[in-house]
Ligand binder design. Sequence first.
Ligand code: GUN
Length: 289
Amino acid sequence: MTATLLDGRSAAEEILGAIVGEVSRLDRPPHLAILRVGENEASRCYVERKCATAKRIGIRTTSRVLTASANLEEIIGQIDRWNGDSGIHGILVQMPLPDSAMHGAVFDAIDPKKDVDGFNPHNFGLLAQGRGGGFVPCTPNGIVHLLRRYGIATSGRHVVVIGRSTIVGRPLSLLLQSRGMDATVTQCHSKSENLREIAKSGHILISAAGSPGLVGGDWIGDGAVVVDVGQNFIADPSAPSGKRLVGDVDFAAALDRCSYVTPVPGGVGPLTVAMLMKNVLMARIANGC
Ligand code: GUN
């Protein structure tokens, strides 16, 4: 069997094309504020990509970088200034922070109406209760969009999600079991026993573990759908930068076993950015000015 690639780039371009049309009808563009803390190279790349995409489709961005030694007061001070600025429609704090113990307080500080990541407990709670009307985290929303675009059914099917982060695994599991998606979800994590057997039993296997090569061919059931959320930089002396981006899945092995698979890069990543832009547009429309 040779799998069909789930092409995140073209799916993302369709979404961005629709947003351009809507943005052009507004009297003032949507405005996204992005905060980055410390010098994490991957985070810097992701934020640059978000800003470049926003610019291309007419969304304004303001970004601020704080040093790794910034304390919670400084971080929340910046968020509060953006919360109170009616010219800012969406706020994003790039994760992870140098001190992960701050994550909760930072999620709490962002005004739910500007929380385009959907990590504030208000928006997360709406998702957990199966209620609409809140912002849905971008990567899970992108994955669901990609499955739908390729006509991959989730209702009644067993979806195995590896990873329980606030950014991907946890909200993704909630979204997949919501009404309309109706999947039977098994949420796995680093302490799960028999991970390989559980993974293999999934009609759809989604890995968001951040562990290169974790999912080998023998983790994938025949004809399964494989979504690789991993974004791991590994050393590669033959690459100009000395490193290469890979996912969690042994891609060559997956191609032979599954029905559909996302490549890395070019799978989930572009959809995360597209869904962020969609949330920023929603924030601008809902909150005006
Ligand atoms: N780090 C990795 N993915 C994300 C994301 O979707 N949002 C934020 N804020 N940080 C991230």
